[in-house]
Write a protein that binds this ligand. Structure first.
Ligand code: S3P
Ligand code: PEP
Length: 429
């Protein structure tokens, strides 16, 4: 479905954001691996975490959804997963496929993991290699892509694994497989990526020579996952940028997850001069949360380099929109990973910004944008590339236009943010 976006005269309101997608996936998976009942509140209503729920049910885990965003998971423990009768359909969700692969490999259950058109062309070699080194048998299309077929005939061996890319999905996959092994599996991280897995599983972490060594083994007790999932910082980022670039804006976002391995975009927007206030700092389980308020702000250009990219990987499309309205040239480098998401996000941004008439140059690992506080995007029919984050970035850009624009296939926002279009109308009316 295509969505028409009218230019916004102002943006005002308080938004109840969707629950964090990364934490929702993990809450459901880890609750299943816990022996006993977990009650998770504020579980995400988005499509991706629901792909995870469907897979866990296929694996024999009883999950109740009594309403009001609550989930009751009757965990079966590490040895209680059952061979599924059909495929495990991971839908559009890279997190589901990569994390679940670690669990499937470890548990020894034979299973076939499938995905939609987008997920079926995302590389899985990164997880196949370490899982094979641990002893899992995996067959994949072209030895890289879904469908993935898993089989195992002996206990997994522990692995000492320096992460070749700063990916939280890869880190989590290996640590989850490690949970089933007798000896400790060690993942060595040089650039920190989101650490929800370590926090929620309470894994041992050693800091050594600026590296983090994270260990998992069968000795780790999988704790019950009874807590409230914080609201999604990655969803908040769209409104933080919209509020900062729009000349008549004030937006409040209560209860947002502010895990420091996720909030690179907050620091970047602060550096750009965004007028943001953070109050009511608190915790939901192992995760920090706070309220954020943003107001219209003159923005300065910024440089984002590879070291901070893992902490703002999903926010780079919307940060590019902020850069369009900054007073000068901004640059992003070390972000080649964006080419391996739901779509090639560097290419998608290039096409979006070209249709909008922006001054943009794409590189192999990033881009430069010549910003202008008076920039007005040309009205256009923006392609979403069926990628939720590209669709939402295009919508925020369209709010700044002189006339209405369209976001094609804008319903894909439901992958992470089912109420996105309603929230946009709430702010503009
Ligand atoms: O672990 C996670 O929940 C995620 C990790 C990131 O992917 P990579 O690990 O591939 O960087 C991120 O882009 C994705 O949206 C969610
Ligand atoms: C890349 C994303 O998710 P996943 O890898 O889980 O599909 C995302 O949500 O931006």
């Amino acid at each position: 479905m295509d969505y028409t976006v009218q230019p916004a005269a102002s943006l005002h309101g308080i938004l109840q954001l969707p629950a964090d997608k990364s934490i929702s996936h993990r809450a459901a998976m880890f609750a299943a691996l816990h022996q006993g009942r977990s009650t998770i509140t504020n579980f995400s209503e988005a499509a991706d975490p629901h792909s995870t729920l469907d897979c866990m049910r296929e694996l024999g885990v009883e999950i109740e959804e009594p309403g009001n965003h609550t989930l009751i998971v009757h965990g079966v423990g590490r040895d209680g997963l059952q061979t599924p009768s059909g495929d495990l359909d991971c839908g559009n969700s890279g997190t589901t496929m990569r994390l679940l692969s670690g669990i499937i490999a470890g548990s020894g259950v034979s299973a076939r993991l499938t995905g939609d058109e987008s997920l079926s062309v995302r590389t899985m070699k990164r997880i196949i290699e370490p899982l094979r080194a641990m002893g899992a048998h995996i067959e994949a299309r072209e030895d890289d892509f879904a469908p993935l077929n898993f089989r195992r005939d002996a206990e997994l061996k522990p692995l000492h694994f320096p992460l070749p890319i700063p990916s939280a999905q890869l880190k989590s996959c290996v640590l989850l497989a490690g949970l089933f092994g007798d000896g400790p599996t060690e993942v060595i991280e040089t650039l920190p990526s989101r650490d929800h897995t370590e926090r929620l599983l309470n894994l041992a972490i050693e800091e050594k020579e600026k590296k983090r060594i994270i260990r998992s083994s069968r000795k780790d007790v999988v704790p019950g996952q009874s807590y409230r999932v914080p609201n999604d910082f990655s969803a908040a980022a769209f409104w933080l940028v919209a509020g900062a670039i729009h000349p008549e804006a004030e937006i409040s976002l209560p209860g947002v997850g502010l895990n420091p391995t996720r909030t690179g975009a907050l620091g970047i927007l602060q550096q750009m001069g965004a007028d943001m206030e953070i109050t009511n700092n608190d915790h939901e389980g192992a995760e920090p949360v706070a309220d954020i308020r943003v107001k219209s702000s003159p923005l300065k250009p910024v440089k984002i380099t590879g070291e901070v990219v893992p902490n703002c990987i999903d926010e780079i499309p919307i940060l590019a929109i902020a850069m369009l309205f900054a007073d000068g040239v901004s640059r992003v480098s070390g972000a080649e990973e964006l080419r391996h998401k739901e779509t090639d996000r560097l290419n998608a941004l290039a096409e979006m910004l070209e249709s909008a008439g922006a001054d943009f140059e794409e590189y192999k690992d990033g881009f430069t944008i010549k910003g202008d506080p008076d920039f007005r995007p040309d009205p256009a029919a923006f392609s979403s590339f069926h990628d939720h984050r590209i669709a939402m970035a295009a919508a925020v850009l369209a709010l700044m236009g002189p006339d209405s624009s369209t976001v094609l296939n804008g319903h894909c926002t439901a992958i992470s943010y089912p109420g996105f279009w309603e929230d946009l109308s709430l702010l503009t009316n």
